[in-house]
Design a protein around this ligand. Structure first.
Ligand code: 2HA
Ligand code: ZN
Length: 277
């Protein structure tokens, strides 16, 4: 590939390598847990890859025609986040959705013959919904954030109640996710059905909890998607500590949460705060 820059030096590849390493070190992606997909602009890809050189075409079993022609860098199916930094070309791949939306072209990566993440349906369906809500949307991260996962065993799974608890645990939460979190029922991962259920929530929220499994976070950048997950996970960790210390003695009031939202110019999801306003 003459005249092309080394894709390992691309900012998007570096972000994938650093984020997977961070998620592994945080303990949120044991073994092959977790997956990331990052929507790339064609002009970002062209300096590094000949976009007419397709290494392989892999069928997908759901309709991704709404993403036809779009490029993504994604983590590989069955791959360990622990290993991405040392072997990026085996564990990551750059793919492009074919014009009929029934397959993806592999342009780079998956060098040991692998393919994109087993959670591709949820990633693609979520990208479709988030792009409708926000044209700047780009990143979906799935991970097994430990304390949020724990909370799905001990806390009500009503998403308004869950959201309110997270908002109450750290002052910044309502500012970072004023729309709250979505929660789907327990479902088998990797399926189109869980993809549809997750994407339906992604119409209104950027963070969807999979009970007893993990979370899906969306963002306009890697930092935004990662920052959203780590903020909610921090709140869940504080909740865990508060419960272990014997429960709440005093907390941020609903009125104070509303003051925060007003001060930061965000609109909290309706039906969660009990305030006069
Ligand atoms: O493939 O986390 O949900 C790894 C997963 C599946
Ligand atoms: Zn998972």
């Amino acid at each position: 590939m003459t005249g092309k820059l080394d894709i390992l030096t691309a900012e998007f590849t570096q972000e994938m390598m650093k984020t997977t390493a961070n998620l592994y070190r945080l303990g949120w992606d044991e073994r092959n847990g977790g997956n990331i997909s990052y929507l790339l602009k064609e002009e970002e890809v062209i300096p590094f890859l000949d976009i007419n050189h397709v290494k392989r075409t892999m069928p997908i079993h759901f309709d991704a025609s709404a993403l036809a022609g779009k490029y993504f860098i994604v983590t590989g199916s069955g791959k360990y986040f622990k290993n991405v930094m040392d072997k990026p070309a085996e564990n990551l791949g750059v793919i492009r959705v074919t014009e009929d939306g029934k397959a993806v072209d592999v342009l780079w990566g998956f060098e040991d013959g692998g393919g994109p993440t087993s959670e591709l349906p949820t990633h693609f369906m979520s990208h479709i919904e988030r792009l409708k809500a926000d044209p700047n949307h780009r990143v979906i991260i799935h991970c097994h954030a430990t304390h949020i996962l724990g909370m799905t065993f001990t806390h009500s799974l009503d998403e308004k109640a869950f959201t309110k608890t997270l908002w109450q645990m750290c002052t910044e939460c309502i500012v970072v996710f004023p729309e709250g979190v979505g929660i789907i029922p327990w479902m088998v991962p990797g399926t189109d059905a869980i993809g549809k259920a997750t994407a339906a929530k992604m119409k209104d929220v950027r963070l969807v909890v999979w009970p007893h499994h993990g979370v899906f976070g969306a963002g306009t950048t890697m930092d935004e998607a990662f920052g959203l997950i780590e903020t909610a996970e921090k709140a869940a960790q504080v909740y865990t500590i508060v419960c272990a210390q014997g429960g709440v003695k005093q907390a941020i009031t609903d009125q104070q949460l509303l003051e925060l939202a007003d001060a930061f110019g965000v609109v909290p999801r309706q039906g969660i705060l009990n305030t006069k306003k």
